[in-house]
Design a protein. Structure first.
Length: 156
């Protein structure tokens, strides 16, 4: 039997869905502040980089101690990444939707898509839907932008 990973689904009313794996993120440990910047958490990423440079500048001469302290800062980034990323998503308008257990991210996405399709077809009649002229995805009749390609539909 495959090991099941835990994934959390977040949704933004204008932007896309985000599926976050709930596990130790090796990239957060290895890349530290650069991983925060990659995830668009600029304040934390730049703050940790500045803190690392301050540590290096105050401890002169002993390279081993400097490197160990910087490694400790990077490890703290990794330990707190899940919590900080969840807070970042909520602060930027994302809403927690559901938690999934799946053997892989691909399977979690498939489960989410299957469930989302069932939900959208149950809740909406065909008369309330239309196709986006840009990406051909199904959207609501009175939508003013496409939730899939983010194109404005005003005047169309």
């Amino acid at each position: 039997m495959d090991k099941l990973n835990i994934y959390e689904l977040y949704h933004h009313p204008i932007r896309e869905y985000v599926i976050m794996e709930k596990s130790l993120d090796i990239y957060a440990y290895l890349l530290g502040p650069f991983w925060f910047c990659y995830k668009r958490m600029w304040t934390i990423g730049v703050g940790v980089l500045v803190a690392s440079f301050i540590i290096i500048s105050f401890i002169k001469g002993n390279l081993v101690v400097q490197m160990m302290l910087c490694a400790a800062v990077f490890l703290l980034c990794g330990f707190n990444f899940d919590f900080l990323y969840q807070r970042h998503l909520r602060n930027h308008g994302y809403k927690y939707i559901k938690m999934y257990s799946a053997p892989s991210l691909d399977q979690a996405v498939l489960d989410f898509n299957r469930e989302f399709q069932q939900y959208s077809t149950e809740c909406l009649n065909e008369s309330e839907l239309r196709k986006c002229p840009y990406c051909a995805e199904t959207i609501k009749m009175d939508a003013i932008y496409c939730k899939h390609c983010q194109q404005s539909l005003i005047g169309r």
